[in-house]
Write a protein that binds this ligand. Structure first.
Ligand SMILES: Cc1ncc(COP(=O)(O)O)c(C=O)c1O
Length: 393
């Protein structure tokens, strides 16, 4: 059994040092719980960064993966495969009529596809500017770190792509100031999750959507973290009554099997021609088999439940009336608890010691993103642990 010390040594000696200190070696999971190699049990309220949407080892996901693995694990995109075709049909017919999609393997790749498609659709090298937002997060490839409006992620990698400019989140005038004849698109997260669970206002998104239409700019939504049911709708944009031109999805869509998807309105998607874009693993049969199960789970009844559980969590955490809690915000099961003091790292650690996994952002906000199958009783357990941790400060 791998011990922490051995894992640390392997990491130090053999793996690029891109990750900070880690304290746990996780081994197996069941439902909302995950266990380390010492058999210590953790209530998982982070879902592997909003990925394990069906919890751990969900029997339907395990069955779908087992059955598919016995048939076909990989199939290049030189050929069709059944789960990929079925998933595309179900996604488009049930969730995105009028759109087409491109399958890839991660959030950054889905955003890359969106950036490339924008360039191809616009078909004018002069008109290549994309407005993104300060404090955003769009991934780690060269294009997506440049799209990301946080210098800590991109300043060591200059020269960056010269096509992105950053507006202030929720400030329509700052977007207006950046629009010129070279602007092709505006790209944003409706909730800046990595940025601290900052929610865009309905007024701002309505105005932004109108501004994009008036100026013939593509509206690209990065729903890598907010999509696939996380906010209590299949897509977060359904809370806003808008119709984006391009939407990206990843994280929770295949319950932990790597998958990214870019959706674009048909007339935009058709700008991509054979050879313009591709992915060896994109639309992999295993990932698609898992995603088909996630899609079945995300029916209207379960989506409503996800939304209500999120409201329940926020109400209950505020009812603790702990003076350290400044605000509880979020939609569905993407929740941020903002603290009055920079102690979120310590609270995360205290919770971990007491068997709860949550995540500190900027040492100020606690990010709560449990699997979408969470029950009220498990939320109550998590709240107790957070309450006890806060009381120590
Ligand atoms: C909004 C958003 N976009 C893009 C990404 C990048 O996704 P990936 O790490 O799968 O490339 C993330 C990852 O956290 C994200 O939250």
């Amino acid at each position: 059994m791998l011990k922490l010390k051995e894992a640390e040594k392997i990491f130090e000696d053999y793996i690029c040092q891109t990750y900070g200190k880690r304290r746990l070696v996780l081994s197996y999971g069941s439902g909302l719980y995950i266990f380390d190699t010492e058999n210590k049990k953790y209530l998982d309220f982070l879902s592997g960064l909003a990925v394990s949407s069906m919890g751990h080892n969900h029997p339907k996901i395990v069955k779908a993966l087992n059955e598919q693995a016995q048939k076909l694990i990989h199939c290049s995109n030189l050929y069709f495969n059944e789960p990929q075709s079925r998933l595309a049909k179900n996604l488009i017919e049930q969730k995105m009529p009028g759109y087409k999609l491109f399958f890839c393997n991660s959030g950054a790749e889905a955003n890359e596809a969106a950036i490339k498609l924008t360039r191809k659709f616009t078909n004018n090298p002069e008109k290549s500017k994309i407005i993104t937002f300060k404090n955003s997060f769009h991934g780690r490839t060269m294009a997506t770190i440049t799209a990301t409006g946080q210098t800590k992620y991109n300043e060591s990698f200059k020269p960056l792509l010269p096509i992105f400019e950053y507006a202030d989140f929720n400030d329509i005038n700052s977007v207006k100031r950046l629009i010129d004849k070279n602007t092709a698109a505006v790209m944003l997260e409706l909730i800046q999750c990595e940025g601290g669970v900052n929610i865009s206002s309905k007024k701002f998104i309505q105005e932004l959507s109108e501004l994009c239409s008036a100026n013939k700019l593509l509206l690209i939504l990065d729903e890598v973290q907010t999509g696939a049911g996380r906010t209590g709708k299949f897509f977060c944009f359904e809370h806003y009554n808008i119709k984006p031109d391009i939407v990206t999805l990843a994280k929770g869509i295949a319950a932990g099997v790597p998958m990214g998807i870019m959706f674009a309105k048909k007339e935009i998607a058709d700008a991509f021609k054979p050879g313009d874009h591709a992915s060896t693993f994109g639309g992999n049969p295993l990932a698609c088999a898992a995603a088909l199960e996630v899609l079945k789970f995300l029916n209207d009844k379960n989506l409503q439940k996800i939304y209500e559980l999120g409201e329940y969590f926020k109400t209950e955490i505020l009812s603790l009336k702990n003076p350290l809690i400044k605000e509880a915000r979020g939609l569905g099961l993407m929740i941020g608890i903002e603290l009055n003091k920079k102690i979120a790292d310590d609270i995360q650690l205290e919770c971990e010691k007491s068997g709860l996994l949550i995540n500190s952002i900027h040492n100020e906000v606690l990010r709560i993103a449990p699997p979408l199958i969470v029950k009220k009783s498990e939320i109550d357990k998590a709240l107790k642990i957070i309450e006890t941790a806060l009381k120590k400060y």
